[in-house]
Design a protein around this ligand. Sequence first.
Ligand code: NAP
Ligand code: GLV
Length: 314
Amino acid sequence: MPASAPYKILIAAQGEEQRWKEAMTARLPNATIYTQDENYDPAAIDFALLWKQPQGMMKSLANIRGIFSLGAGVEHVLSAPFLPKDVPIVRLEDAGMAQQMVEYHMYAALHFMRDFDHYMQAQNNGNWTPRDVAEIGDFRVGVMGLGALGATVATHLAAMGFAVSGWSRRMKAIEGVTTFAGAETLDEFLGQTDILICLLPRTGQTEGLLDSARLSKLPANAAIINASRGAMIVEEDLLRLLDTGHLRGAFLDVAAKEPLPSGHPFWNHPKIRLTPHIAAATRIGPAVDQIAENINRIDKGEAPVGLVDREIGY
Ligand code: NAP
Ligand code: GLV
């Protein structure tokens, strides 16, 4: 079927269905688009666009030809019961999120580099004492995950003057960034990182990766920025290392449980800055373009861009 074909598309998007339906209808005017609350014949659905869809939704989609995540992460799709075999699962690549991640990480990295964490405490204590301003090139930023988002963040922080390194599964070459690859290089990578940025996907390999042993490999007084998934960090271990003074601070956009429960120790911890999972939101314009182009590719028997490897988990 060509891109103008009368596809049947189902959208489940945590209350955002109508916005997606309008944008997809404008992009694929011949398609019939259903939101999860509308009446549709599950066996007629060709493609599903999902963000944290209801459990079990996939069971009745007997003739589905492609499943699209409406975000960069795909764990909500991969963990779904009744996931049909041999159907491509596709994630969004960038879709406006890389620029937002750059903004978020510039702010958070400067928070530590320019001692704003220290000055926040100083203000609370009524203390007006200037410190020497550090050289940006003396700050070693380490980016875990050099994909669509991590590689862009690493490149921009390097262009600002930070000394940037990055760690990924397979070796990468990124101008201005020292790269490490594989589990066997993780300790070395962590040992030379003053500000650790985590932009890994949540998989069986990355869940709980940043535990006490790993976080202790960071040099004393290191800081951590996590805008990937809360599950990457063992929260009690992070708290212990902040409290013992090994870690200087944490800038967190995500938590193991979201929304962060009231009474959680992160809320009022003096060394933690929190944002409510806002580091980067999908931009609907580039996202629908990407999805429409990928539907076209699947139709032509080509691999979609952003195809997820189910075995590896991202
Ligand atoms: P991506 O393009 O798939 O990149 C993932 C990167 O992680 C790749 O460099 C990959 O290595 C690396 N990686 C995966 N498993 C690894 C392992 N076991 N060891 C070492 N490196 C590993 O993902 P992305 O689009 O950049 O997004 C990253 C994550 O950001 C998403 O999965 C999502 O959880 C999070 N996110 C958060 C927000 C927010 O607002 N907080 C918004 C969007 C996304 P290779 O390059 O070798 O494959
Ligand atoms: C947001 O968290 C995403 O994965 O796109």
